[in-house]
Design a protein around this ligand. Structure first.
Ligand SMILES: [Zn+2]
Length: 81
């Protein structure tokens, strides 16, 4: 019985760890979190933002944009994570 409990606990822990890893990995690939940067201003945008009409917007992940010091655009309010 005790063995069974130990194994059950470990299975749950393992499942939780796998779930967390899967969730973390999906964040970067998720279409939501792809944002666009454009020009010298340190803001990132949604693809539909009017601020991207000029120039050559570059696709980047939110995490990457934040790491590089970009802030979310006030007009299109892209996701923050
Ligand atoms: Zn914008």
């Amino acid at each position: 019985m005790r063995n069974f409990l130990t194994r059950a606990v470990w299975t749950i822990i393992l499942a939780a760890v796998i779930w967390v890893i899967a969730a973390e990995t999906r964040i970067d690939a998720f279409p939501f979190t792809t944002v666009y940067i454009n020009g010298p201003k340190r803001f990132y945008h949604r693809v539909s933002c009017v601020m991207l009409k000029r120039g050559h917007p570059k696709a980047i992940s939110v995490a990457n944009a934040k790491k590089r010091g970009y802030n979310p655009c006030l007009r299109c309010q892209p996701p923050e994570w």
